[in-house]
Design a protein around this ligand. Sequence first.
Ligand SMILES: *[C@@H]1O[C@H](CO)[C@@H](O)[C@H](O)[C@H]1NC(C)=O
Ligand SMILES: *[C@@H]1O[C@H](CO)[C@@H](O)[C@H](O)[C@H]1NC(C)=O
Ligand SMILES: *[C@@H]1O[C@H](CO)[C@@H](O)[C@H](O)[C@H]1NC(C)=O
Ligand SMILES: *[C@@H]1O[C@H](CO)[C@@H](O)[C@H](O)[C@H]1NC(C)=O
Ligand SMILES: *[C@@H]1O[C@H](CO)[C@@H](O)[C@H](O)[C@H]1NC(C)=O
Ligand SMILES: *[C@@H]1O[C@H](CO)[C@@H](O)[C@H](O)[C@H]1NC(C)=O
Length: 436
Amino acid sequence: MTMLRLLTSVLLLLSAAAAIGSRAEEVTCSGIVPMKYRRNTISITDFGGVGDGRTVNSNAFRKAIYSIQHLNRTGGTRLYIPPGVYLTESFNLTSHMTLFLAKGAVIKATRDTLNWPLIDPLPSYGRGRERPGGRYISFIHGDGLEDVIITGENGTIDGQGDIWWNMWRQRTLNFTRPNLVELMNSRDVIISNVVFQNSPFWNIHPVYCSNVVVRKVTIIAPLDSPNTDGVDPDSSSNVCIEDAYISVGDDLVAVKSGWDEYGISYGRPSSDITIRRITGSSPFAGIAVGSESSGGIENVVAENITLYKMGVGIHIKTNTGRGGIIKNITVSNVYIENARKGIKISGNVGDHPDDNYNPNALPVVKEITIKDVSGVKILQPGLMQGIKKSPFTGIYLSNINLEWVPGPRPSAPWTCIDVSGDSTKVSPSPCSELLT
Ligand SMILES: *[C@@H]1O[C@H](CO)[C@@H](O)[C@H](O)[C@H]1NC(C)=O
Ligand SMILES: *[C@@H]1O[C@H](CO)[C@@H](O)[C@H](O)[C@H]1NC(C)=O
Ligand SMILES: *[C@@H]1O[C@H](CO)[C@@H](O)[C@H](O)[C@H]1NC(C)=O
Ligand SMILES: *[C@@H]1O[C@H](CO)[C@@H](O)[C@H](O)[C@H]1NC(C)=O
Ligand SMILES: *[C@@H]1O[C@H](CO)[C@@H](O)[C@H](O)[C@H]1NC(C)=O
Ligand SMILES: *[C@@H]1O[C@H](CO)[C@@H](O)[C@H](O)[C@H]1NC(C)=O
């Protein structure tokens, strides 16, 4: 009897341990780019950095990063930012470095918009995203790098974006606003445990990159700040974004790949993108694909997404003139509370870079799976508008339960035009196009 009880307790303990073990082995992005610790450390204060919130530290950052680049120590070098507020102009990172923000460290952009450097437009956009010609360089920038880490103890990178948002509102911008962090043509990048605050424009923009991990970040900007997207993987592959809280004025995560004729001729897709365990709010989309998608976007998985006070929960968007194939997109395990639209797939979203776009460059949208979605207080559960000459196909919805709370000007719960697919267990009952 006692023996039996003992055996039962041991078995119970073992199964509890196994349960804890399997919970600890939660899937993470770590396999894509393993975190590394760098033994060589320098501090911004070694280069005259002063964290008093007034001193402009541009030279300290440039000298520190120049020394990392030229000392070229085995295993790379960590640039330590101690607690304090380090005001600086924009600066460039280098390969084999870790930018480490201690707890209480803030790297803050100056408000000197008049002297902000310009760089060339991205070839896949042909011009700045919001103004013709060049664009202001991102606050923290990198081009052609490898093995770059931005991490720490949740210190802050602050873009002081309000000055830029006001220029946008007053239409006094001469060029496209700066991203907060942009890495171009780079690989093996980790961005983790940092708070991104008040970006002038998009927050984190990996473009023409591979092997990029963004995890455990907090990204915040006012809900009315224009175009402050959270993370925009653009013409990049093997990007993994997880465990982030994002509350901004535009899409939380938007996968992109170039703009109309420029994106089509550059021809660089985004592929193999994983997005998981994201929580946040925005007047626009939670998980977005497009609208810039001219290089094609494929193999995207988004799962375990929790959204509050949203414009649109999930939005796949493109336009005539974009070209590009959007395919094999799977979004699952989403909770949406309070949104204008639950799921939106649209073929008429976004502007064109100029009048030279090809109206016959029709995008293809196919193999879209959206499953295990629940929501409350949704004004319209689904709006799907394909393109007449290029209907969207293979839209598959399953196990969707969106509480339809029609607004003052109610629409049907589902509106579907030029789309086809299938559905199971969808409530309210979907449109006939998705019932085969
Ligand atoms: C840095 O050192 C590595 C070997 O340790 C070498 O391959 C590389 O060319 C060096 N880079 C520069 C910029 O000196
Ligand atoms: C940073 O890099 C860009 C090109 O990527 C270059 O135009 C700019 O001059 C660099 N800035 C500094 C301060 O070195
Ligand atoms: C924009 O251009 C106008 C006219 O050239 C100039 O007066 C103004 O200072 C510029 N603004 C900025 C922020 O560069
Ligand atoms: C930083 O924030 C993340 C969540 O975003 C949390 O998991 C981590 O424990 C925090 N780290 C520190 C040092 O506060
Ligand atoms: C679809 O995407 C997933 C996730 O990236 C990938 O594992 C799968 O192989 C892709 N399917 C096809 C048919 O390419
Ligand atoms: C997603 O959440 C479910 C529970 O809702 C959990 O079982 C699963 O492990 C989670 N998946 C990921 C990738 O976090």
